[in-house]
Write a protein that binds this ligand. Structure first.
Ligand code: SF4
Ligand code: SF4
Length: 303
């Protein structure tokens, strides 16, 4: 019973951290929800608090969030990163990535919020989709992702909880179309959760650089993936290369699988070790340059 309580507390802390950016003044109901748990909620234009949750927040962007937003805005990765992001550290780890750059107004509003609502609604980040439900993944002893759990977030300003509409968590997830985000980010989340599990364990500078660049800029990863060194190192055949060249989503999935492999040696890759090292060096050099440039332009936002 005591062990269960501690496990529950740790898991709630985990989700509190994950949601920190989206929550200003929060009351987190310390209970686990399952996919079939029910809750009352409705958010719609015209509700008294409409868009109040879209300012003064910190939104870490997952790789799939970046992919969706940059496509929505018709930008290249570099354009999107320069115009709409700031470097951020991921709570509870030494990993750096990027978050949405808020406007420099009094409320630090999201650049995409208008009185009529979110202008990128169908491509909004996962954090915005799940709200007011938080999703976590139980950590197994290996640090890999396990079973999902959910909790409800209740903020004082959010009037959606007073509405009559009842959802199950599963219905909410379907309505918010979050499954594809979870699927695409699966390997990335596994890295983040394991990094948090390891807590104060330091990553090498190189691992941090690779994490930053692969998490944020698929164009740079693409430059490396189609070099002869990389192709030899990971023994990519013609068919695999064609798939990666033609389908950006396949490339994104592959890049995150690769990142997990080089960070924690998890996953299934056939590797030529010598060629692998050479291929990795190239990306590390690019990552180093890009991180230096971003740090000079924007201060890192620490938690
Ligand atoms: S109901 Fe909640 S989520 Fe919807 S606009 Fe209001 S504060 Fe935001
Ligand atoms: S992306 Fe859209 S939903 Fe998310 S904070 Fe900005 S305006 Fe609100």
């Amino acid at each position: 019973m005591g062990a269960k309580k501690n496990k529950d507390k740790a898991a709630v802390n985990e989700i509190k951290q994950a949601l920190e950016g989206k929550i200003k003044q929060s009351v987190i109901v310390p209970e686990f929800l399952t996919a079939s748990s029910r809750f009352r909620f409705k958010c719609y234009p015209g509700i008294g608090c409409f868009t109040k949750c879209c300012s003064g927040i910190k939104i870490i962007l997952s790789p799939y969030d970046i992919y969706r937003l940059k496509n929505r805005l018709g930008k290249t990765y570099l354009e999107f990163l320069n115009e709409h992001t700031v470097p951020m550290t991921i709570e509870g780890s030494s990993l750096e990535t990027v978050g949405l750059r808020m406007l420099d107004d009094d409320g630090r509003s999201c650049p995409f919020v208008t009185p009529e609502g979110c202008t990128v609604y169908t491509d909004r980040p996962l954090t915005c989709r799940y709200y007011p439900i938080g999703m976590g993944m139980m950590k197994k002893d290996t640090g890999t992702t396990g079973e999902d759990f959910f909790i409800k977030v209740k903020e004082d300003h959010c009037m959606g909880h007073n509405e009559e509409k009842v959802w199950t968590v599963q219905e909410w997830r379907q309505d918010q179309e979050s499954d594809i985000y979870d699927e695409m980010n699966n390997d990335w989340m596994a890295i983040v959760l394991k990094a948090k599990t390891l807590g104060k364990v330091e990553f090498s500078q190189r691992s941090l650089q690779l994490f930053f660049i692969v998490s944020t800029n698929l164009d740079l990863f693409r430059d490396m993936a189609f070099t002869q060194k990389f192709i030899s190192a990971y023994q990519l055949d013609e068919e695999a290369l064609k798939k990666l060249a033609e389908d950006e989503l396949e490339l994104l999935k592959f890049s995150l699988k690769w990142l997990r492999f080089v960070t924690f040696n998890e996953g299934d890759f056939k590797v030529d070790q010598e060629a692998r090292q050479k291929a990795k060096e190239k990306l590390i050099a690019q990552a180093e340059e890009e991180m230096k440039r971003r740090r000079e332009e924007d201060p890192i936002i620490e938690d």
